[in-house]
Design a protein. Structure first.
Lengths: 216, 158
């Protein structure tokens, strides 16, 4: 399977950049709720329709998809394609398909004590699926959202950090209550910035080449 | 893979797609990659090429898995027939898809017939694009990130 780092798409003719962000995490953790909140809160001009390929019981079956547009790069239209994956364990194949080409990942964890094992399993699953497509958490920008901070019986934030943000380099993390919007835009803005910074670095050439791509 | 298309690439792609639409009498077409990016579009087939690409890429990816289960390398094409309009998706290469929308007054045989050569031409183009790579000499000058503030926020905060 082709894959690996350096996805994204630039169309110099119409001056457009496309980037893909995937929301990942255990089932019913709040991935879809994040996109739903963004969809209803953001200005209509900044987004497209939110499309969900879901079961009759509103569980994500394939993915949710919503395009966002932002004035992120001067003289370019920047489109962020937002996806969620199905969180249920049995949908791993479709999760891999949706993860293809991701420029950044938001991992949405469920803060309830009863879901800790699911969080850990889902995070390990993310690592594995990235590895299978030639990528890794060391390379791809990602942020963590500890959702459902409004519920009782939740783990403290430092425990969530210990459990999920314990790799060599600590990644940005946010507490969240997705249906109410708490932490949603903070998470989105952070992953967008990380993805953009990596995009600029990715497009550096080592050797100077004569090319009509070069703009000064 | 990442893609960067120059103006020349886009013009070439446009020519291939317009020729395809003319010969096949299809309504419109979208070229997308396996991750759902819209690489090009022509015609009047859809008002939402982003969504079409996302769903088309998903459908084709799912069909690849079905093919694998059946012992096939992949299905080279997927066809969905509607009452009034249909859609034909063909792999250009492992990463790029051609999605053709046509009404049922057009002939699916013609669509299939001309999709082949169009895909072949595009394959050559994308091979060249891949070989050229995506880098620019001074990305910090080409891609200047806008300063300060959040990119996204609620339309009516508070």
């Amino acid at each position: 399977m082709c894959g690996g780092a350096d996805m994204s798409f630039v169309n110099f003719a119409i001056r457009e950049v496309q980037l893909k962000i995937v929301y990942y995490g255990p089932g019913l953790g709040g991935k879809t709720a994040n996109l739903q909140y963004i969809h209803q809160a953001i200005a209509p001009a900044a987004r497209g329709a939110l499309t969900s390929v879901a079961t009759s019981k509103d569980r994500t079956l394939f993915f949710d998809f919503m395009p966002l547009v932002a004035n992120a790069i001067e003289n370019f239209t920047t489109r962020f394609q937002m996806y969620t994956v199905p969180g249920q364990v049995m949908y791993n194949t479709t999760r891999r398909l949706v993860l293809r080409g991701a420029d950044g990942v938001v991992f949405v964890a469920d803060s309830q004590w009863s879901r800790m094992a699911d969080n850990v399993e889902s995070f390990a699953n993310l690592e594995e699926n990235l590895r299978l497509q030639g990528d890794s958490l060391d390379q791809i920008p990602y942020v963590l959202q500890y959702n459902k901070r409004d519920l009782p019986n939740i783990a403290p934030l430092n425990y969530m950090e210990f459990l999920l943000n314990n790799r060599g380099v600590r990644r940005p993390s946010f507490g969240g209550v997705a249906p109410q919007g708490a932490g949603v835009f903070e998470t989105l803005n952070m992953i967008a910035r990380l993805v953009l910074n990596r995009f600029v670095k990715t497009h550096a050439r080592r050797e100077a080449k004569e090319s009509d791509l070069v703009l000064v | 893979m990442a893609f960067s298309l120059t103006e020349k690439d886009v013009l070439r792609l446009r020519r291939i797609l317009l020729d395809l639409l003319d010969r096949s009498e299809a309504d419109g077409c979208v070229v997308c990659d396996s991750g759902g990016y819209v690489l090009a579009q022509e015609g009047r087939g859809t008002s939402d090429p982003l969504l079409l690409s996302a769903l088309g890429a998903g459908v084709f990816a799912a069909s690849r898995e079905l093919a694998r289960i059946l012992g096939e390398d992949e299905f080279s094409a997927v066809f969905h027939q509607g009452e009034k309009r249909s859609i034909f998706i063909r792999a250009v290469n492992r990463e790029v898809l051609l999605v053709i929308i046509f009404s049922n007054t057009a002939n699916v045989g013609l669509v299939r017939l001309y999709a082949g050569p169009a895909s072949g031409e595009m394959r050559g183009l994308f091979d060249e694009v891949a070989a050229a790579g995506v880098g620019v000499e001074h990305p910090e000058r080409t891609f200047v990130l806008t300063e300060g503030g959040d990119l996204f926020g609620a339309a009516n905060p508070g």
